[in-house]
Design a protein around this ligand. Structure first.
Ligand code: ADP
Length: 422
């Protein structure tokens, strides 16, 4: 059977987050990395999530990549499509949420969609079109200072209207609270009135169920991963999706295990401290890398003598003051790139000598590792911690991977991830 739902996500960890939600909802899901090649085989799953890295690209590039991904998903036989972006609506007045949504709608020949980044369980709620992060308006939250997509307007109707020529409307709390039929009726009215994009209020998790029901006949849905909560029920009611206990079943992968950390977030630093207490660890020194010392070979030699006895940890992560020193010496971007390259080379070396299970901490670091290993897709398994599933790579020699963005996961994440790898 062809996949039911085809998703396009504007960044890597966001794609994984969505895939994780779909698996939790009982849909067997695969994540493909980058625009799929025309000859990429269609996996036997219920949902495919294409992970792009298009959030902050120029709008025309984001549109082109999204449309190419859509062509593949359409050819794969998907029946409904989902454009996934961040739950804080990360975008600028130049895009990319509006332009990508417009292009996908035009291609699919549809005049109506929703835009709903809400995820109440994670503190993202929308009321009267205004997005809240916890108890703060989006424009009062730390997102106002984001280096690439500063969000200084919480009114999503206005934000999106600046990105699209289509009318942007609001489906208010009272409608959503009245249930899925009321949402569907309002979307039908919007279509009859000539179409547009509807920002949808959502304050409680049950509202995501109503919205999910309300969008059952839309060819395209846009939003955050929370919206995925309401979709599997539609497919079950339509007889498309089996009741299945283990949508996240993964094949077993045998081989030695390593944790690679390149995130300097507080959560990751805590996870490193916890793991270091019981496992051998190696710190990658950015300044030595910059001096041209072969730290990669050193790390691999160090690991070779230990990894047969149990998982090892290799990390570049440092607390903020140390990172500032390193960035001052090397430059922010240069330090980041140098370390990402080293972590990627270490991952390649480990896999070449038999490591088959990897935990990677850091969004950019995960991207660098996955691309260095030439991984084109991931089968999504059970959730390890919120937003982070266990995965196994597709094609070639299978690798078990847990890829987390810096701030995700509890203090015990590394041990928990290794234990959850089949
Ligand atoms: P997160 O998910 O926490 O943002 P990322 O991996 O996306 O983590 O980003 C962390 C960035 O910091 C990467 O580019 C990484 O190479 C860089 N980095 C890691 N360790 C250091 C360090 N000691 N000094 C400077 N930069 C570092």
């Amino acid at each position: 059977m062809a996949p039911i739902l085809g998703c396009i996500a504007d960044d890597f960890t966001g794609a994984t987050d969505l895939a994780n939600m779909l698996v939790r909802g009982g849909m067997r899901t695969v994540q493909l990395i980058g625009v799929p090649a025309t000859d990429t085989p269609v996996p036997d799953v219920d949902a495919v999530v294409v992970a792009l890295k298009s959030r902050t690209n120029p709008a025309d590039e984001a549109v082109a990549q999204s449309l190419q991904s859509l062509q593949w998903l359409k050819a794969a036989g998907c029946r409904q499509f989902f454009f996934k972006y961040c739950s804080t609506f990360d975008s600028t007045d130049d895009g990319n949420i509006g332009p990508v949504a417009d292009a996908l709608m035009a291609d699919l020949g549809t005049t109506v969609t929703i835009a709903c980044p809400a995820f109440p369980e994670n503190g993202r709620t929308i009321f009267n079109g205004h997005l809240f992060v916890g108890t703060q308006l989006l424009s009062d939250s730390p997102m106002r200072n984001h280096p690439l997509t500063p969000m200084t307007d919480s009114n999503l109707v206005s934000v999106l209207q600046r990105q699209t020529k289509k009318p942007v409307k609001l489906i208010q709390f009272a409608t959503v609270d009245a249930g899925g039929e009321a949402v569907a009726a309002e979307l039908a009215a919007l279509k009859a009135a000539g179409g547009g994009i509807a920002i949808v209020d959502a304050v409680l998790d049950k509202h995501l169920e109503s919205i999910g029901y309300g969008v059952k006949d839309l060819p395209l849905i846009t939003g955050g991963s929370g919206i995925a909560i309401g979709l599997p029920g539609n497919y079950r009611r339509a007889g498309l999706l089996a009741e299945r206990g283990a949508a996240g079943a993964l094949p077993q992968v045998r081989g030695s295990a390593a944790v690679l950390a390149g995130s300097c977030s507080a959560a990751t630093l805590g996870q490193i401290a916890r793991f270091e207490a019981g496992h051998p660890s190696f710190a990658v020194d950015a300044l030595r890398l910059a001096r041209g010392e072969d730290v990669v070979a050193e790390a691999l030699g160090w690991a070779a003598g230990r990894i047969a006895d149990g998982p090892v940890l290799i990390y570049a992560s440092q607390p903020a003051e140390k990172v500032r020193e390193i960035q001052k010496a090397l430059g922010r971007a240069e330090a980041g790139a140098l370390i990402e390259e080293a972590m990627a080379a270490i991952a390649r070396g480990l896999v070449a000598s038999g490591t088959r299970r990897l935990v990677v901490a850091g969004g950019e670091t995960s991207g660098a590792v996955v691309s260095a290993l030439g991984i084109e897709g991931l089968q999504i398994g059970p959730q390890i911690d919120p937003g982070v599933p266990a995965t196994v790579s597709l094609g070639g020699e299978p690798l078990a991977l847990a890829l987390k963005s810096g701030n995700f996961g509890g203090p015990d994440f590394f041990a928990k991830a290794l234990a959850s790898m089949p």
